[in-house]
Design a protein around this ligand. Structure first.
Ligand SMILES: [Zn+2]
Length: 126
């Protein structure tokens, strides 16, 4: 069984892609952290008259939106690291479910995927 059908060049490109994605996700995480700090500061500032705080609900929904995005970024980083590990151990580009090679076009579009297109469709349909 050949581990996928990726050429050395394709593997290198996908690794670069994953590194870029990792960097961008890290930056996004840092930016979200800044926004969270701002919201925290704003909350402290307005604490004096929180009796009628028109921004209260808006802020808490913004807060949950940001923490949601943080969670997503966190999960994405884990996926990226797993994909990079798979690149190292040679299991990258092989479907985790059926063991068939994952199409290179699919990998370029979603380099963190662990499933081939047919398994992904099965998983999505429940
Ligand atoms: Zn599969």
């Amino acid at each position: 069984m050949t581990p996928g059908t990726l050429t050395a060049t394709e593997r290198r490109r996908l690794r670069e892609l994953l590194h870029k994605k990792r960097l961008a996700t890290k930056e996004q995480q840092a930016a979200l952290g800044d926004v969270m700090n701002d919201i925290r500061d704003a909350r402290t500032d307005t604490q004096a008259d929180d009796e009628h705080d028109p921004e209260g609900p808006t802020m808490s929904s913004e807060w949950s939106r940001i923490t949601g995005l943080q969670g997503e970024a966190e999960g994405e980083l884990l996926e990226i690291d797993r994909a990079l590990n798979r690149l190292d151990d040679g299991s990258f580009g092989v479907c985790a479910r059926c063991g068939n090679p994952i199409g290179v076009e699919r990998l370029k579009a979603r380099p963190t995927t662990e499933l081939c297109i047919s398994c992904a469709r099965l998983a999505e349909s429940g």
